[in-house]
Write a protein that binds this ligand. Sequence first.
Ligand code: DIG
Ligand code: MN
Ligand code: MN
Length: 393
Amino acid sequence: MQDAYTPRPEHHFTFGLWTVGNPGRDPFGEPVRAPIPPARIVHKLAELGAYGVNLHDNDLVPSDAAASERDRIVRDFTAALQATGLQVPMATTNLFSDPAFRDGAFTSNDARVRAYALQKTLAAIDLGVELGASMYVFWGGREGVETNAAKDARSALGWYRDAINFLCDYVRAQRYDMRFALEAKPNEPRGDIFLPTTGHMLAFIYTLDHPEMVGLNPEVAHEQMAGLDCSHAVAQALDAGKLFHIDLNGQKLGRFDQDLRFGSDDPKGAFFLVKLLEDARWPGMRHFDSHAYRTEDEDGVWDFASGSMRTYLILKERAERFNADPEIQQLLAELRTRGGGGGGDKPAERIVFSAERARALQAETFDLPAIRRQGYAYERLDQLTMELLLGVR
Ligand code: DIG
Ligand code: MN
Ligand code: MN
């Protein structure tokens, strides 16, 4: 069915091999779906209108594969990419499945584990470059503790920083066209994960040797697990010029990491995130780091993938309607011009220090009773937004 919400490669939708390839295992049950071969995932995603496919090293190459086997697997995968035109924009390392990483990878107390994690990541970066990736994501799923008796968090942050600095220097030495995107999560699988939110990651970036190479990969579910509004984390990443990638999915508050289909649980939150990305004209990959319900068979997996992209495009169209809605825009214009602020596209005058600006401010008088009396009409504004989202505007 082709309609206004049919995804096309120019929409930059991507999925990880591990997302549509998720076999439906959970902590209380075995896999419910047979593995889908990577080449089939490539062909199906291309058929559905996706732009690209991402991977952890071991989503494609088993960690115990011999070099010849690795090369064969990469050859077959590359053939599918060439046959479909699907791209590999992002790669990452699985530093969380191997029991060797049970105390963390870059932040394990065992220096041998920290070294092995670096070795594994060097090989995974090479694989990503070989497949055409220019973005490399780091999600430190095991970088945390269940008890603070295990390690001083300052030591852990130092090891984390040394690892990222080492890998930045490797990419520079290899002259790879690659940047890093750090992904936060507050907990799970560890009791507490270091650098738990996008804000923590942003601060960490500025302690690195090459902060210009390193940005953020906010994930909707992870910010919501921390009880935060993901669109605010993404706004701060955009403001800092550090939104290098994004993981779109859905999540109910107070649950384990559900990685639900984007927008399926919180369409209003998803709407404001899509509006932010589209208003910002953000050119990055719209990556769905999520998976089908465990109830689904393979047909359900492709329903999940199509639904993810369709919901994004429907919300993109709703954002365009919001930006064109006369009543909504009139309310916003009135708000922006209050007190002589900006109007239309003219931004409000910025408050920049100067001696006379300070003197003028000190001499200024305010009609505080009037300011205290005024309302902001946000109930009207939000109701109009809700009616637009519910399809009656
Ligand atoms: C989980 O949210 C993580 C892993 O799936 C992967 O390392 C990263 C890539 O988007 N997200
Ligand atoms: Mn997640
Ligand atoms: Mn993710």
